[in-house]
Design a protein around this ligand. Structure first.
Ligand code: ADP
Ligand code: F6P
Length: 318
C-alpha cells in the first residue's frame, strides 16, 4: 500500500483499515514509503497491527507522500515492479488522487499487476464516490476559517475575497462558500463573469450591504483571489477589500468522523476486493453503498456540478 500525491486527512484511517483487514485475512501487508518514490527505491516495510495503532485520529500520512518523477518513465516503473516482485507482493492499494491512479493503471497495463485505488484527495475530483477521503475535513477547516473572517469583515464593513484550494476542481469552494453564506462563489466548472460579480457587489452596496464574501477556487479560470481583488479594487475603489488565501491549512488536521468512517469502509472493502480478484477499480461510496469504478473511468470522468446549487447561491445571498 502507498499514499501518493497531495496528502488528505483520513489517509491514516485508510492505512489502518487496510493493514488490520489484511492481517485478519492472513495476508502480509507492506507499506511503501513516499508513494512511488519508495516503490522505485525499494523503501518498503512489513506492517503489523501495532504499526497502525493510535493513527486513526491523525492528519497527514504515516507512509509519507511524494511526487515521483522517475515513475513517469518506463525504466522507473520497471525498477518499481522488480521491487514488488522481489518481495513477493501480489497486489497494490494506492490511496491518492487521479495522478496516483494514473501511475497505478500503468503498473496494471504494463505488467498485469493488480491494483486498487482509494479516493484520497481534499479536492473531491474523482468520479465514482460521493466523497473522497479528506474532503469533509478540508471543507470544515475552510468553513471554520471563513467564519472567523466573517467576524472581522462584519466589524469593518469589508469585502473579503477568500481563496480555497482546488487546482482543477471547485468543490471545496462551492461547499465552503454555501456553508458560510458567500455572496459569490467562483469555480473552474462554471465560467466566471467578472462583470456580473462587480454588478452584484454594486447593487449590494446601494442597499448598504457592505459586508460581502467572495469564495474563489485557486483553479478558477479567471484567476485566484489576487486577480479577482485587482479587478474589484480597480472598478470599486471605494470598497474596503481584503484578500485571504487559506492554503495548506486545508490539508492538515484531525479527520472528521465522516472521513474516518469513509476511509475505514473503503480500506476494508479494498482488501476484500483484492482477495476476491476484483481489481483495477477505485473503491468509493455512492449513496452510502460501496461502489467499484474502473480506474480509468474514475480518472477520466468528472461529476457535474449541480446547476441548482449555483442558482441557489444567488438566491440565498441576495
Ligand atoms: P494526485 O494523486 O494527488 O493527483 P499527482 O498528480 O501529483 O497526485 O501524482 C502523484 C504521482 O503519481 C506522481 O508524482 C507520479 O509518481 C505518479 N503519476 C502521476 N501521473 C502519472 C503518469 N501519467 N504516469 C506514471 N506515473 C504517474
Ligand atoms: O491535494 C490537492 C491540492 O490540495 C490542490 O487543491 C492544490 O492545488 C495542490 O494540492 C497543492 O499541492 P502541493 O502544494 O502539494 O503541490
Amino acid at each position: 500500500m502507498l499514499t501518493s500525491g497531495g496528502d488528505a486527512p483520513g489517509m491514516n484511517a485508510a492505512i489502518r483499515s487496510v493493514v488490520r483487514t489484511g492481517l485478519y485475512y492472513g495476508l502480509e501487508v507492506y507499506g511503501i514509503v513516499r508513494g512511488y518514490h519508495g516503490m522505485v527505491n525499494d523503501d518498503i516495510f512489513q506492517m503489523e497491527s501495532k504499526s497502525v495503532a493510535n493513527i486513526i485520529q491523525r492528519g497527514g500520512t504515516i507512509l509519507k507522500s511524494a511526487r515521483c518523477m522517475e515513475f513517469f518513465t518506463p525504466e522507473g516503473r520497471q525498477k518499481a515492479y522488480d521491487n514488488l516482485l522481489k518481495r513477493g507482493i501480489e497486489g497494490l492499494i494506492v490511496i491518492g488522487g487521479d495522478g496516483s491512479f494514473t501511475g497505478a493503471l500503468k503498473l496494471s497495463t504494463e505488467f498485469g499487476f493488480p491494483v486498487i485505488g482509494l479516493p484520497g484527495t481534499i479536492d473531491k475530483d474523482l468520479y465514482g464516490s460521493d466523497f473522497t477521503i479528506g474532503f469533509d475535513t478540508a471543507v470544515n477547516t475552510a468553513i471554520d476559517a471563513i467564519d472567523k473572517i466573517r467576524d472581522t469583515a462584519d466589524a469593518h464593513d469589508r469585502l473579503f475575497i477568500v481563496e480555497v484550494m482546488g487546482r482543477h476542481a471547485g468543490y471545496l469552494a462551492l461547499h465552503s462558500g454555501i456553508a458560510t453564506g458567500a455572496e459569490n462563489i467562483l469555480i473552474p466548472e462554471s465560467e466566471t463573469h467578472i462583470d456580473d460579480v462587480i454588478a452584484s457587489l454594486s447593487e449590494k452596496e446601494k442597499r448598504k450591504k457592505l459586508v460581502n464574501l467572495i469564495v474563489v477556487a485557486e483553479g478558477d479560470e479567471f484567476g485566484g483571489a489576487m486577480e479577482v481583488a485587482k479587478v474589484v479594487r480597480e472598478r470599486l475603489p471605494q470598497m474596503d477589500t481584503r484578500v485571504s488565501i487559506l492554503g495548506h491549512i486545508q490539508r492538515g488536521g484531525a479527520p472528521t468522523c465522516i472521513d474516518r468512517i469513509l476511509a475505514s469502509r473503503v480500506g476494508f472493502h479494498a482488501v476484500e476486493s483484492l482477495i476476491q480478484g476484483r481489481f483495477n477499480v477505485m473503491v468509493g461510496i455512492i449513496n452510502d453503498k460501496i461502489a467499484y469504478t474502473p480506474l480509468e473511468i474514475a480518472i477520466r470522468e468528472k461529476d457535474k456540478i449541480n446547476e441548482d446549487w449555483l442558482r441557489m447561491v444567488k438566491i440565498l445571498s441576495s
